[in-house]
Design a protein around this ligand. Structure first.
Ligand code: ATP
Length: 460
C-alpha cells in the first residue's frame, strides 16, 4: 500500500524539490498549489492522504480559519505546517491543528522524520476508528448478560439512558460486577457514541500525576514538564470520561474535579487560559462513598453532583440465577479463543458453581471458567480445576515467614497475576538482585529480565 502525501505549496513559492524528495522516499505524492485546490481534492474528490504537508508562509487569520475548516474533511490525515516566523497567538493555533510545525528554513531530514511519524499516527488512527466501530456493536445494553430480574431491570435502565443527555452518572458495586462494562455500554450505546471514551483508574496514580493527567499542563509548568500536554478532560471532549475508583481520589483534587464538572471548563497546570470542555462524566466506585463522606475522605458536594444518576450493580451472589446464562456464554467465548470444545457440565460441577459465594463476581467467574476450558481435554468442564472453596482462610490471618507467598487458587487471581506476584516476591527477598531472584525461581537471568519487562517490574 502506497503512503499517500498531499503537498500544498503556494504557487509563488513552488519548486519541485519537496515533491522529488518525497517521491524518492517512496511516497505517492499529490500536489496542490492553494488551500482552495486542496479543499477540492479532499472534499469533492474524497482524496484521503495519510499526511498533508502545507507550506503556509506567514499565516493570516483567514487562512487559519480555512485550514481549521478543511481539517474536518481530512479525518485520518496528519498535518505538518511549514511556516515563516509568526505571532505567539498564531503559533498556538497552529500547534493545536497540526501534528507538527516547522519554521522555515528547515532541515529536510527533520521533515522526513516528522512525516514518517505522522504516517504511523495516521495509520493508527484508522485502526482505532475501525476498532471503535466494533466497540459500538459490542457494547449495547444486551451485552450485560443475565436472566435474573435484577439483570433485566439494569438492562431496561440502560435502554432508557441511551437517549438521555447525561452530565454525570455513578456506578457502584463490588469488584468484578461489571462497572467498567456498564460504563462502556452507556458510552457506546448513548448519544456520545461517536466521541471518545477515555478511562482512568484514580487509584492507580499518585495525586500530582493524576492531576496533571486530568488537567494537562503547559511546557515548564513544573520540573519535567518539557512539552505541553493535553489532559484527559480535553481528550474526552465531545465524549465520555470514565473515572474508575473515584472514592480513592485525593480530597483536594475532588474540589477541582467538581469545578470542572460544573463549569465544563478547565485550566491546564501552569496555564492562563480557560478551555471549554464538553464531557460526560461516568464515575465508578467499589467503596462505600457515604461512609467515606462521614470520615471526611470524600466531598459531599461532589458526591451529590456525580450521583444524579446512580446505578447499583448487584453482586453475583445476589443473582445466582444468572449463572445459567453467564456460564455457557463465557465457556463458549473461551472455547472459541482456545479452540476447545467444552459442552458439558456435570451436576457436581453445577452444584459447586451455584453454592460458591463469588467474592470476585463475574471477573472471578470468568477466570475460573477460563482456567477450566484451557485445561480441558474433552467435552466436559474439568471439575478438578474449579477449585472453589468458601472456606479459604483470609490471607491476613495467616502467619508467613518472609520467604513464603500465599496464593489463593480460588479464581480471584489469573495465572499471569500469580507469575507477577512470584517475581515481585523473589525480587523483594533478594533486595532487587536480579540474578539471585532468578536463581530462587529456577529460571535464567535472561528469562527473569524478559518477564520483569513484561510485567513492568523494576528491581529498585
Ligand atoms: N453482566 C455481565 N455480562 C457479561 N460480562 C460481564 C458482566 N458483568 C461483568 N462482566 C465481565 O466481567 C469482567 C469484569 O467486569 P468489570 O471490569 O466491568 O468489573 P468492575 O466492576 O469494573 O470491576 P473493578 O471494580 O474491579 O474495576 C469483564 O470482563 C466484564 O466484561
Amino acid at each position: 500500500m502506497a503512503n499517500r502525501l498531499l503537498l500544498i505549496e503556494q504557487s509563488s513559492s513552488k519548486d519541485d524539490s519537496l515533491k522529488t524528495f518525497f517521491t524518492q522516499k517512496n511516497w505517492q505524492v499529490t500536489t496542490a498549489d492553494s488551500i482552495k485546490q486542496a479543499a477540492s481534492l479532499l472534499i469533492e474528490d474524497s482524496f484521503n492522504p495519510h499526511v498533508i504537508i502545507a507550506d503556509i508562509g506567514s499565516p493570516k487569520t483567514s487562512l487559519l480559519d480555512d485550514l481549521s475548516e478543511l481539517q474536518e474533511h481530512a479525518e485520518h490525515s496528519e498535518w505538518i505546517f511549514l511556516h515563516q516566523p509568526t505571532s505567539d497567538d498564531h503559533q498556538e493555533f497552529l500547534t493545536d491543528l497540526a501534528f507538527d510545525l516547522l519554521e522555515k528554513p528547515f532541515d529536510l531530514n527533520r521533515l522526513n522524520t516528522i512525516a514518517k511519524r505522522a504516517l504511523r499516527t495516521s495509520l493508527l488512527t484508522k485502526v482505532a476508528d475501525s476498532y471503535s466501530l466494533k466497540e459500538k456493536q459490542r457494547y449495547q445494553p444486551e451485552s450485560f448478560f443475565g436472566s435474573s430480574s435484577k439483570a433485566d431491570e439494569l438492562r431496561e435502565l440502560l435502554v432508557q439512558l441511551k437517549d438521555v443527555p447525561i452530565s454525570a452518572l455513578t456506578i457502584t458495586g463490588e469488584t468484578g460486577t461489571g462497572k467498567g462494562l456498564v460504563a462502556k455500554i452507556i458510552h457506546y450505546s448513548g448519544l456520545r457514541k461517536d466521541g471518545p471514551l477515555i478511562e482512568l483508574n484514580c487509584a492507580a496514580l499518585p495525586k500530582d500525576l493524576l492531576e496533571s493527567q486530568l488537567f494537562g499542563h503547559e511546557a515548564g509548568a513544573f520540573t519535567g514538564a518539557t512539552k505541553r500536554l493535553k489532559g484527559l478532560f480535553e481528550q474526552a471532549d465531545g465524549g465520555t470520561l470514565f473515572l474508575d475508583e473515584i472514592g480513592d481520589m485525593d480530597i483536594e483534587l475532588q474540589s477541582k474535579l467538581l469545578k470542572a464538572i460544573e463549569d465544563q471548563k478547565i485550566r491546564r497546570l501552569g496555564g492562563e487560559k480557560e478551555i471549554d470542555i464538553d464531557v460526560q462524566f461516568i464515575t465508578a466506585t467499589s467503596v462505600d462513598i457515604e461512609e467515606a463522606i462521614q470520615q471526611g475522605n470524600f466531598r459531599e458536594d461532589l458526591y451529590h453532583r456525580i450521583s444524579v444518576f446512580t446505578l447499583k450493580l448487584p453482586s453475583l451472589n445476589e443473582r445466582k440465577d444468572d449463572l445459567i446464562e453467564l456460564v455457557p456464554r463465557i465457556i463458549a467465548e473461551f472455547n472459541q479463543k482456545a479452540n476447545k470444545s467444552v459442552s458439558e457440565i456435570t451436576d457436581a460441577s453445577w452444584e459447586k458453581l451455584l453454592s460458591y459465594q463469588w467474592p470476585g463476581n463475574v471477573r472471578e467467574l470468568r477466570n475460573v471458567l477460563e482456567r477450566c476450558v484451557l485445561l480441558s481435554n474433552n467435552h466436559q468442564l474439568p471439575d478438578q480445576w474449579l477449585q472453589l472453596s468458601d472456606n479459604v482462610e483470609p490471607l491476613s490471618n495467616q502467619v508467613l515467614d518472609d520467604n513464603q507467598l500465599v496464593i489463593p487458587i480460588d479464581g480471584t487471581l489469573a495465572l499471569e497475576q500469580v507469575e507477577k506476584l512470584m517475581l515481585e516476591k523473589a525480587l523483594e527477598i533478594e533486595e532487587g538482585n536480579v540474578t539471585a531472584a532468578a536463581k530462587r525461581l529456577q529460571i535464567s537471568r535472561e528469562t527473569m529480565r524478559y518477564r520483569m519487562k513484561k510485567f513492568e517490574l523494576s528491581n529498585g
